[in-house]
Design a protein around this ligand. Structure first.
Ligand code: CA
Length: 365
């Protein structure tokens, strides 16, 4: 959805242009907000997006709109607790992955990533120009929230395995730390999903309490050292082909913002959104080289595994759609968008990239 349309939908319309003198004063009040992040500071790319957002808001309001950023655990725990705190008004807003809330309703997952969903370019296209922001906000309104895109990791890695996984049979009984909705789909193939906080994954993997873990991608995974205890590094993370983060606002607090601040919030979120993807694209190449030098063994998931996972994902979508009207509505919108985007992307984008990948492998770049 376009910015102008979102602002209009948010009830702004022409009000933003009525700049009588008192309106200017009202338009830039001194505000102090608190933002709780679902993430620790150690995840500097993801956590950093909230700092980037707050910085642009502060600078763009001449210091009048001040948003203090708190890491997970400082005032509110991480994960799904961040959106709960924003909805309850404990804090005015949060920075989170919408899919952390999938246990309340799986519809939350579409704003972040769903198995075999959109890549990061397509997710942006859907959100900003395909009605995604509007559709998700219809849903978020039922939970007292307003949400805006706030970062993307790009396609994540499939994660670290202690043993090689070649066939669908090999997945049976694998205890894997895998977040949310992806775990639900993987469980159809016999994977036993485990939800373990970041700091506890390494010891669980080392002891063999779990057999595998996914996290994000090379830059973030490297810091947690998984390659030392589970060397097989699989790709792609088919459950997170372009995982998008969100800024979520307490609905009443958001609605109280003057038009100028709503505009600033939208623009700062959009800046943080593109900033994060650029950082991952900048930092991952060196990180994956260091990981491989350190002993990581890169392995693509086999075609058999990918096909079986795709089938399991489609079955899961159909099952949930049968009982959840919100889920069905957003799924069908995403699905239609995905078909069109993958039609276009295979023409010029994929052809260009595939040609250039060949040149890279031939050492000609
Ligand atoms: Ca992940």
């Amino acid at each position: 959805m376009q910015r102008r349309e979102f602002l209009k939908a948010a009830g702004l319309g022409a009000a933003g242009t009525a700049l009588a003198a008192p309106a200017i004063a009202q338009g830039a009040p001194e505000l102090k907000w608190r933002l709780t992040s679902s993430f620790p500071k150690a995840l500097d790319t993801i956590y950093g997006a909230a700092e980037t957002f707050a910085k642009y808001i502060r600078e763009g309001s001449d210091g009048k709109f001040d948003i203090q950023v708190f890491a997970a655990g400082e005032i509110v725990p991480g994960g799904a607790a961040a959106a709960d705190a924003a909805a309850a008004g404990t804090v005015e807003m949060c920075h989170t992955a919408s899919y952390y809330n999938w246990g309340k309703d799986p519809t939350f997952a579409f704003a972040t990533a769903v198995p075999f969903g959109l890549n990061s370019r397509m997710q942006n296209a859907w959100m900003y120009f395909g009605g995604g922001i509007e559709l998700m906000n219809e849903f978020y309104a039922k939970h007292g929230l307003v949400g805006l895109p706030g970062g993307n990791t790009g396609a994540q890695m499939g994660g670290w395995f202690r043993k090689e996984i070649n066939t669908v049979e090999d997945l049976k009984g694998v205890k894997m730390r895998i977040g949310g909705f992806g775990g639900k789909v993987a469980s159809k193939l016999g994977v036993v999903p485990q939800m373990i906080p970041g700091g506890d994954i390494y010891p669980a993997l080392e002891k063999g309490t779990i057999d595998a873990t996914e996290w994000v991608g090379p830059y973030d995974d490297e810091k947690l050292g998984f390659f030392k205890v589970a060397p097989y590094y699989y790709y792609p993370g088919w459950w997170e082909g372009g995982a998008m983060l969100h800024f979520m606002f307490n609905q009443a607090k958001y609605n109280e913002l003057p038009p100028a601040y709503k505009s600033l919030v939208f623009t700062a979120a959009q800046a943080a959104n593109s900033d994060m993807q650029a950082k991952y694209d900048a930092f991952n190449p060196a990180a994956i080289k260091r990981l491989v030098a350190g002993g990581a063994q890169l392995r693509p998931f086999s075609q058999e595994i990918m096909d079986a996972c795709f089938k399991a994902a489609v079955e899961t979508y159909d099952e949930i759609s049968a009982t959840n009207a919100d889920f069905k509505k957003v799924y069908e919108a995403m699905k239609a968008y995905r078909a069109e985007e993958y039609l276009w992307f295979q023409v010029s984008e994929a052809t260009y990239d595939n040609f250039m990948f060949g040149k890279q492998r031939a050492g000609e770049l």
